[in-house]
Design a protein around this ligand. Structure first.
Ligand code: 2NL
Length: 358
């Protein structure tokens, strides 16, 4: 009869020294597989006398267990080693300098938002964000937009399926709800801008169902229309990089501001291309006004104590004007050639001191 001590030593040794997962699997097959050596011995048990069979069977089972354990243990070690090797080979040194010659570019929408944040940041504004999916109160009701206002119609607003109580969430149609939340949650003085995605049921050459807006809000005890004009004039001049850019405040109407105005900047349309900051024509670029007392009240502020201004503008529109991008829809094409042309270097981080990109 075979020396089982030698058998165990042989296969345990083979398992413990297997150099790879494949080599270990070969050991397992040769020892414990269907035609393996230990399996083969198991099959001979039937040919032995009963007492011999019991003794040899028990011994052989111990050998089988020991070899199985050795294989499992080696498998775990090899697995850890493989993970270690992979971690080692995929190691990234995050302290290395970025490569400015790399092909990746910053999308003009991101660049424009960063520039807007840099300019208003310099004036002491913070940035606030909020959910894309809003409730009726934050998107409409708080903003004094009546139930029968056209903006609330299905043709203009994306409604989500009704909840059990019949109420419906919406994709926010402007970033105003972020300002509503800011007024609800932070005590004045408030100075914030809210950039982000907005949604309206509209799709043609000059409208996209998803677009970007930035809105601003200033609330204090004596903030007035003069602050509004100065603030927006400084912004427009810094953003377009034209020191003597002319602005025109034209009376307008929004349910959430009173009085309301639209702001035009001076331009020249006489030649083949539009020139900003010269000529005798006007181009509308943003809307603004003094926050309506009802809106202050709806947001938990006392209109007898607080007042302020708000404004809103479309990011695609001002990005197209500043960077000469002729077609709105190309913003969303994810076209790499377009990105290489209109995109920005990752290291061109906008700052008012360091200079905004032109
Ligand atoms: C436009 C005009 C505007 C506002 C947005 C606002 C927000 C609150 C209260 C009052 Cl919470 N007003 N936002 C005010 C005036 C104009 O946007 O043409 N946007 C593209």
């Amino acid at each position: 009869m075979q020396d089982l001590g030698e058998l165990e030593k042989k296969w345990r040794g083979a398992a413990e020294t297997a150099a790879s997962a494949e080599a270990l699997e070969a050991v397992r097959v040769e020892a414990l597989g269907k035609k393996g050596e230990i399996t083969g011995l198991m099959k001979t048990l039937g040919t032995l006398a009963p007492d011999e069979r019991k003794n040899f069977g028990q011994q052989l089972n111990l050998v089988k267990d020991a070899v199985t354990t050795a294989i499992e243990s080696r498998k775990a070690t090899l697995g850890d080693a493989a993970i270690d090797a992979r971690l080692q080979s995929e190691r990234l040194d995050l302290t290395l300098p970025a490569r400015p010659e790399a092909l990746g570019k910053i999308h003009p929408i991101s660049q424009t938002i960063d520039e807007i944040i840099a300019i208003f940041g310099e004036m002491g504004f913070g940035v606030r964000e909020g959910p894309d999916i809003e409730d009726d109160f934050h998107n409409f009701e708080a903003l004094n937009i009546p139930k029968d206002h056209p903006a609330r119609q299905m043709q203009d607003t994306f409604y989500l399926p009704a909840k059990e109580d019949g109420s419906q969430m919406v994709l926010r149609t402007h970033t105003s709800p972020v300002q509503v939340r800011t007024m609800q949650n932070e005590p004045p003085p408030i100075r914030v801008i809210c950039p982000g995605r907005t949604y309206r049921v509209d799709s043609d050459m000059t409208h996209s169902p998803m677009f970007h807006q930035v809105e601003g809000l200033v609330i204090d005890q004596a903030t007035h229309m003069g602050h509004l004009k100065g603030c927006l004039q400084d912004f427009c001049r810094a953003f377009f990089g034209i020191d003597d850019l002319k602005l025109r405040f034209r009376p307008s109407y929004f349910p959430f501001t009173e009085p309301s105005a639209e702001v035009d900047i001076g331009c020249d349309r006489s030649g083949r291309e539009l020139k900003l900051g010269q000529g005798n024509d006007w181009l509308e670029i943003l809307g603004c006004g003094m926050v309506h007392p009802k809106v202050l009240k709806n947001c938990g502020l006392d209109p007898e104590k607080y007042q302020g201004f708000a404004f809103g503008m479309g990011i695609e529109r001002i990005a197209m004007l500043k960077y000469g991008i002729p077609d709105l829809r190309t913003f969303y094409d994810a076209d790499l050639r377009w990105m290489r042309h209109y995109g920005f270097m990752p290291l061109d981080v906008p700052s008012v001191v360091g200079g905004l990109t032109r």
